[in-house]
Design a protein around this ligand. Structure first.
Ligand code: PLP
Length: 294
């Protein structure tokens, strides 16, 4: 990843209208060390984050991402993020983006061990080239996440549904998928329901009905999926959140992995069985996702 810009947000800046928000942002060298060794994001993965797509300088879905950041922070007992300050930081970083696709990351950690304040910073990098994934699709395998569908409600301390910095499991799942000859994984619950991919939501098409697994099942409520549902509804399609049995994956007419940077990647195969790619609809979804969106 080519990091191009970064800034640190002063967490001690008061959350009131008189705060000089611009003065509470400190630009740092994205290539130089910036975190201290006691930082809990590095020590324990103890923090939350968001990845936002930036297209030609426009940041996509700022408010849905900030809402999810606040929700993740709440689930992790972190102080509520000062949203006006985060908006100012996003605007400042976006001004550096220039043409093409970039990735902006918002990072919010518990701070330095023994310290009084969280650590907050924002980075900007060139987006990976996702043209092939959007055109040719991704081959996925299903992987057991090891939890039943009711675990998020029974064990909220597992933080399922928070976008925490602890993504080692998600990365391990992608490596396992690659060992099995696929590109990506889709997690399924131990009692046989579709959940999400390690870095994306799952969208399935059954005729003119589009379905995604309900977010209360301990998965992230994808901002891209929400945006796609609004777009599909405008086009007259039916959309819905459902509890999706794994067998329905094989019954779908088409499927996609949706996320803020890769956007709509059509699923080309599930557990070794080819799935037809709906190229026209995929192109329509990606054209929409690349257009400026709130
Ligand atoms: N589910 C997981 C586990 C993710 O990590 C992501 C994005 O990174 C998503 C879903 C999709 O979320 P969004 O569309 O907001 O990027």
């Amino acid at each position: 990843m080519a990091w191009r810009f970064a800034l640190v947000i002063d967490p001690a800046a008061p959350d009131d209208p008189h705060t000089d928000l611009a003065a509470s942002l400190r630009v740092i060298d994205p290539a130089a060390p910036a975190l201290v060794v006691g930082e809990l994001s590095a020590q324990r993965g103890d923090g939350v984050f968001e990845s936002l797509g930036v297209v030609d300088g426009h940041v996509q879905g700022v408010e849905p991402h900030l809402a999810r950041l606040a929700r993740s922070a709440e689930l992790c007992d972190l102080p509520a993020p000062h949203l006006a300050q985060w908006r100012a930081a996003i605007t400042r970083v976006a001004a550096e983006a220039g043409p093409g696709e970039s990735v902006m990351k918002l990072l919010y950690s518990r701070g330095v061990e023994g310290g009084a304040t969280p650590t907050a910073w924002v980075t900007l990098a060139t987006a990976p080239d996702n043209v092939r994934a959007r055109r040719d699709g991704v081959r996925i395998v299903t992987l057991d996440r090891g939890y039943a569908l009711d675990v998020p409600a029974r064990a909220p301390w597992l933080l399922l549904g928070a976008k925490t910095l602890s993504y080692a499991v998600n990365m391990a799942a992608i490596r396992e998928a690659q060992r099995r000859g696929a590109d990506d994984a889709v997690f399924v619950s131990s009692d046989g329901f579709v959940l999400e991919a390690p870095t994306a939501s799952v969208l399935l098409r059954f005729g003119d009905r589009f379905v995604t697994p309900a977010p209360h099942a301990g998965i992230l409520h994808g901002t891209t999926q929400q945006s796609v549902f609004a777009h599909l509804a405008r086009r007259g399609f039916e959309t819905g959140y459902e509890t999706v049995p794994v067998v329905d994956l094989g019954r779908a007419d088409a499927a996609w992995l949706l996320s803020s940077v890769r956007l709509a990647a059509p699923v080309a195969a599930i557990d070794g069985d080819d799935l037809a790619i709906d190229h026209a609809l995929t192109d329509d979804l990606n054209a929409y996702l690349l257009s400026p969106r709130d």
